[in-house]
Design a protein around this ligand. Sequence first.
Ligand code: ZN
Length: 317
Amino acid sequence: MKKYTHAWLAFKAIERLEHTHLAKANKKYAANLVTWFKNHKDGVIQGAWYPDAVIKDMAYSHVMKYSPAQGTGVFRNLPSSCLIYAGGKSSSLYKKGFVVNKNTNLPARCEAIAHAVIDNLKMQETESKGSPISATDNHIAVLLFMLSHYIADAHVPFHCDSRKFSQGDNLHGHIEGIWEKEIKKVHSIDEANERFFYQPNGYPLRQNENQFQSSFLAQVEAELANRKFQITWGTGNNNTLDYMTALCQYSYLLSYQLFPSGYDETSVTLANWQGLPGQNISFEQLSVTVLSDAVDSIARVWLRVWRRYLKWKHIND
Ligand SMILES: [Zn+2]
């Protein structure tokens, strides 16, 4: 995904945590994170883009690449509300064999950053002000925003499919480009300072309301409004690593719903990519699936990270 898409998803995840129904205990953890985020929101665009702009580990840590193989394959579960899960389970490749490119490790990257956020918060809490080993709030905020980048990337089918859709007509870049253009078009952006202009409540200010209402972004909002937020990782998943691994598996299946078996970067073009024989997802459905699931995943991982830190803090207070 591209720069403003990453930042927009991060804001949507926080908006989700602020407004969704949560049990009382979780509401308290979510409220703490929401307040903390809003105090650091000017850094979201830069921070959530840092992995692409500076770290540049795209070829191995922004991806987890799968290919179909003979035999049967074990697929993990996801929370029942995930659209990517429902879609993947209907795929002809579901429960079929697959191989994973061993040089790709997006789920481990997410697990590592989740730990780093919690570790740094604990250090900050433990150390006295000015300690040379204490992390600053800004440092922790950048880690949190970077984490959202890797989580979001897992939802993009091209990041989980060994076919090379960045080559040929670059359908990968093309589709991410459509999302980016739409998000930029319907928001008021302070380009010079790399930030959104905000509404009084701290969320990105919209413009071109008619355009928004007729776009897939309005459908993403409607999908989230109608969907219950689930904290669970899904049965059998115990941590960020398991959860992100599951997401990558279903993102791979999503890729084959979009570009069926037999197609690759040499045969899918800008002219034919919509309406390929055997394709069973439209661009609108793809956008709603990827973007709304990414919002919930960021909210889910962030809330769990924050909750672990706050539980530790309360025990140690
Ligand atoms: Zn990326």
